[in-house]
Design a protein around this ligand. Structure first.
Ligand code: TRP
Length: 330
C-alpha cells in the first residue's frame, strides 16, 4: 500500500505568526516523513478579499520561502501555488453545480467574513469552501490538517464528495480532517481569549515569524497575565498564562505539570523570559534560512515550477475522470 495522501494550504496574506507555525507548518514538517504531502499556497482564495497586486505577489513568495525555511522540504513534499494548477479552478466550477446555496449560507466563516468586509461580500467569498473542496478532492487526500476554524469546510467537502460519488460512482476519496492540537490553542498575547491572528490590529498581540529576537522578548514581556503570580494551567481564569504554557510546552515538549514545577515559587517575569527565549531559539534557524532564501528568487522559482508540474499531473487525472463521468466530451 502506498503512503497516505495529505493536502493542506494557507492563504497568501501577510505575515505568518507563531500560531501558524506551531499549529500548522511545524506539524506539516513532521508529517512529510510518513505521508505523501501536498502543501499549497492558496493564492486564489486570497482573492476573496481585495489585495494590492504587488503585495499579493510579494506575500506569496514570502510564504513560499517561509514554508521552506520552516523545514518543508521540496524533495519530500509537493509545494505549489494553487493558481499554477488549472484543475483547481476548473473542478471548483463543476462542484459549484453540486453544492447548494443553503449549505454555503450556513458556513460560519462566510458569515464572519461578510460582517468584517461588509463593503465587499463577493461571490468568491460565498463559494470559497467549494474551491477548498476542489483543492482537497483533486489529490484524493486521506487527511487534511486544518485548524478548528476550517472544520466546517471540511465537513462540507465530505458532503460534496459523497453526493458526487453517490450519483456517478466512486470518484473522490472521502477525506478526514486532522485537527491539529495546538492550532486552535495559540492565542493572542494581549487578548488571550481569541486566536493569535496574522491580521490582528492589536499591538503586541501576535508574534510574527519574522520578528527580531528583541521584539519577541518585548512582546512576551508585555503579554497579558493575571494577578495571582503563580504559573498554573487554567484556561478559564488564567488564559494569558495558560497560553504561554501551551507555547512553552509545544516547543520544549514538557508537560503542563513539569512546567508548573519548573516555575514554582518564581514570578511571571522569569517565566515570560523563559518562554521568549525558547521561542527565539526555535525560530532562529528558520529566520536565518528565510533571509537566505528570500535573496534567491531563482531557487524559489524552481520550487514552485517543479511543484506545479507534479501537482498538475495528479490533479489532471481526477479532473479528467470527473469530466468523463458528468458527460463532457473528451
Ligand atoms: N481555507 C484555509 C484557511 O484559511 C486555507 C485552505 C485553502 C486550505 N484550501 C485548503 C486548507 C485546502 C486545507 C485544505 O485556513
Amino acid at each position: 500500500m502506498g503512503k497516505k495522501v495529505i493536502l493542506s494550504g494557507i492563504q497568501a496574506t501577510g505575515n505568518l505568526t507563531l500560531g501558524n507555525y506551531l499549529g500548522a507548518i511545524n506539524n506539516w514538517k513532521k508529517m512529510q516523513e510518513d505521508y505523501q504531502c501536498n502543501y499549497m499556497i492558496a493564492d486564489l482564495h486570497t482573492l476573496t478579499i481585495r489585495n494590492n497586486p504587488e503585495d499579493l505577489r510579494k506575500n506569496t513568495l514570502e510564504l513560499l520561502a517561509l514554508y521552506v525555511s520552516a523545514g518543508i522540504d521540496p524533495e519530500k513534499s509537493n509545494i505549489f501555488l494553487q493558481s499554477h494548477v488549472p484543475a483547481h479552478a476548473e473542478l471548483a466550477w463543476v462542484l459549484n453545480c453540486y453544492t447548494y446555496m443553503g449549505e454555503l449560507s450556513r458556513m460560519t466563516q462566510f458569515k464572519d467574513k461578510s460582517a468584517k468586509h461588509a463593503d465587499n461580500i463577493n461571490s468568491g467569498l460565498f463559494t470559497y469552501p467549494v474551491l477548498m473542496a476542489s483543492d482537497i478532492l483533486l489529490y484524493q487526500a486521506d487527511l487534511v490538517p486544518v485548524g478548528e476554524d476550517q472544520k466546517q469546510h471540511l465537513e462540507l467537502t465530505r458532503d460534496i464528495a459523497n453526493r458526487f460519488n453517490a450519483i456517478y460512482g466512486e470518484t473522490f476519496k472521502i477525506p478526514d480532517g486532522y485537527i491539529q492540537g495546538v492550532a486552535a490553542r495559540v492565542m493572542g498575547l494581549q487578548e488571550p481569549k481569541s486566536k493569535m491572528s496574522k491580521s490582528s490590529t492589536i499591538p503586541n498581540d501576535a508574534i510574527f515569524l519574522k520578528d527580531e529576537p528583541d521584539v519577541i522578548l518585548k512582546k512576551f514581556k508585555k503579554s497579558v497575565t493575571d494577578s495571582e503570580n503563580v504559573v498554573r494551567f487554567d484556561t478559564e481564569n488564567k488564559p494569558g498564562i495558560s497560553n504561554l504554557m501551551s507555547i512553552y510546552s509545544a516547543i520544549t515538549g514538557k508537560s503542563k505539570e513539569d512546567i508548573e514545577k519548573e516555575f514554582e515559587g518564581k514570578g511571571y517575569g522569569d517565566f515570560k523570559t523563559a518562554v521568549a527565549e525558547c521561542v527565539i531559539s526555535e525560530l532562529r534557524p528558520l529566520q536565518e534560512k528565510y533571509k537566505e532564501l528570500i535573496q534567491n528568487p531563482d531557487y524559489l522559482e524552481k520550487i514552485y515550477r517543479d511543484g506545479a508540474r507534479k501537482a498538475t499531473a495528479i490533479s489532471e487525472n481526477t479532473l479528467r475522470d470527473v469530466y468523463q463521468k458528468i458527460g463532457l466530451v473528451s
